[in-house]
Design a protein around this ligand. Structure first.
Ligand SMILES: Cc1cc2nc3c(=O)[nH]c(=O)nc-3n(C[C@H](O)[C@H](O)[C@H](O)COP(=O)(O)OP(=O)(O)OC[C@H]3O[C@@H](n4cnc5c(N)ncnc54)[C@H](O)[C@@H]3O)c2cc1C
Length: 472
């Protein structure tokens, strides 16, 4: 068994289909863990090391570039190249390979002194964790949202009733926590899980204002997986077979967290600042939009191939739809470049401009569903005109199926393989989960969009309107 997979044999409580499972042995995790293992092992491959990692002089070892703190635009672009490499290896289908969470940790570490006044212990704790995570190549997941029990505003802070995560006991050694969080993408095979609330909290709710790092094998932590979408066959379900990032609800049943991993407690002000920390946010979401661009490009490649195979690419409206996909790719690409070019030095770290990053991120919540729709509109019934198995193309009935399953520009095998890929991408449970993911992974898109208006510098609007109207 390989190193990464071996490291997950640590007594963690992962639940699937009513049973506590060993994910290193369970077939539902095989494809995903094999993919992650192959990506993580690139750090030991002399040819790939410089692409995805950097040599850390203090540690005297190669570490992943998500831990890298760029000092100028060239170093920021090198970081981007590392993210692109993993995104391309997985066609953007794996969003939580830890590069996002590691970037967050790196950003908080870089900006740690800004929090000393709010909590004198925070800088030392995040510094220690940053170095451990880097040295041990730790896989990190982040989970923030509370379980969806009752979202009506007046009920929201009834912590016990709603299962909101809270500290229930403090000792000299650490704290005990109870409650639940959703959704922990990749948590079942992470080493550590960073836990903090997404909801804004004020002083009156300070008993919920914590940031903790919990090892995935902590006693009392139960990770309840959603239904697995992993498929065994790489031929019939090429994406589901390799890239099913598992999501789980995390239940903390009297979980002990030592003080050195309680980054913050009872501190809504520090927590609010950490959540919008400019270095952490910019570095982490830079990774997210780089991955998005690769994924949109993959969607366009599939749509284009489908149109070609069935001879639909001659129609103007199909060309228009394909052009729309290209506009989406170029827009995100342009925003990545704009973010990098308009970056600035903050605490000696060169960070990309968050305004462009946020624009790309919010656009992604619309672009991805739009790409799904375009694949549906181009593929149409062909997405269902698929044999249950590739075997139908070579078995007894093959003489007939070979004739009726072919495309204008493809054999029956070629057309079927491509359309099965497209169905896996947009129609399978795996594909539907991806659409939901892109809409929601970084919060409610409605709030994100409204937030752009709230934070926009409106001085120029006032100046433009001044000759006509002076009300604002
Ligand atoms: C596939 C997937 C993977 C994810 N992975 C992660 C992860 O790894 N880590 C993580 O932390 N989170 C993850 N998330 C969760 C994500 O953060 C949430 O889905 C997102 O923040 C939206 O919250 P919610 O799902 O609780 O929706 P809700 O907040 O329950 O929203 C439900 C509906 O109610 C409306 N609503 C709710 N509250 C309000 C309000 N106050 N005002 C107006 N309207 C309201 C919403 O607009 C929406 O229409 C993931 C989500 C998905 C779908």
């Amino acid at each position: 068994m390989s190193l990464f997979i071996e490291s997950l044999k640590d007594g963690r409580n992962v639940w699937l289909n009513g049973k506590r499972i060993d994910i290193t042995e369970d077939t539902n995790f095989r494809g995903t863990l094999t993919t992650i293992e192959s990506l993580f092992s690139q750090l030991t491959n002399p040819k790939l090391q410089p692409l995805i990692g950097y040599f850390d002089d203090d540690l005297q070892q190669w570490v992943h570039k998500a831990f890298y703190l760029p000092r100028n635009i060239t170093e920021l672009q090198e970081r981007r190249t590392a993210f692109e490499a993993w995104a391309k290896d997985t066609n953007g289908m794996m969003s939580r390979l830890s590069d996002y969470a590691r970037s967050r940790v790196a950003g908080w570490y870089a900006n740690r002194e800004a929090y000393r006044e709010l909590d004198p212990h925070f800088p030392g704790k995040i510094e220690a964790y940053y170095h451990i995570a880097k040295r041990e190549n730790r896989f990190i997941a982040i989970v923030q949202r509370d379980p969806q029990i009752n979202r009506s505003a007046n009920e929201y802070y009834n912590t016990k009733k709603l299962g909101l995560l809270r500290i229930t006991k403090k000792t000299n050694e650490g704290v005990y926590i109870n409650g639940a969080k959703m959704i922990g993408t990749s948590a079942p095979y992470a080493h550590d899980i960073i836990v903090y609330p997404l909801a804004p909290l004020d002083e009156a709710k300070k008993d919920l204002a914590h940031m903790l790092i919990v090892p995935a094998n902590a006693k009392g932590l139960h990770m309840v997986c959603r239904e697995s979408f992993a498929e065994a066959s790489q031929v019939e379900h090429s994406l589901s077979a390799q890239y099913d990032e598992m999501d789980a609800v995390l239940i903390f049943d009297d979980v002990f967290v030592p003080w050195e991993r309680v980054l913050l407690h009872d501190n809504p002000i520090a927590l609010a600042q950490l959540k919008v920390d400019s270095i952490s946010n910019s570095l982490a979401y830079h990774q997210a939009i780089v991955r998005l661009q690769t994924k949109l490009s993959f969607m366009a490649a599939v749509a284009n191939a489908m149109a070609h195979v069935i001879g639909a690419d001659g129609y103007l409206h199909v060309q228009e739809k394909l052009g729309e996909l290209i506009i989406q790719i170029r827009t995100i690409e342009g925003l990545i470049i704009a973010a990098e070019q308009n970056g600035k030095l903050e605490k000696d770290i060169y960070i990309p401009d968050f305004n462009y990053i946020q624009t790309a991120r919010v656009l992604g919540t619309k672009y991805y569903p739009n790409a799904v729709e375009i694949i549906q509109l181009i593929g149409a019934g062909g997405l269902i005109q698929l044999p249950s198995s590739m075997a139908d193309l070579s078995g007894q009935i093959s003489q007939l199926t070979q004739q009726y399953y072919k495309g204008k520009n493809a054999t029956a095998e070629e057309r079927t393989k491509l359309f099965k890929l497209a169905w896996d991408l947009i129609g399978s449970p795996f594909g539907s989960r991806h659409e939901l993911y892109e809409r929601f992974y970084s919060g409610d898109p409605m709030l994100q969009t409204a937030d752009m208006w709230r934070k926009y510098d409106k001085k120029e609007w006032t100046r433009q309107l001044a000759p006509f109207w002076k009300n604002c």
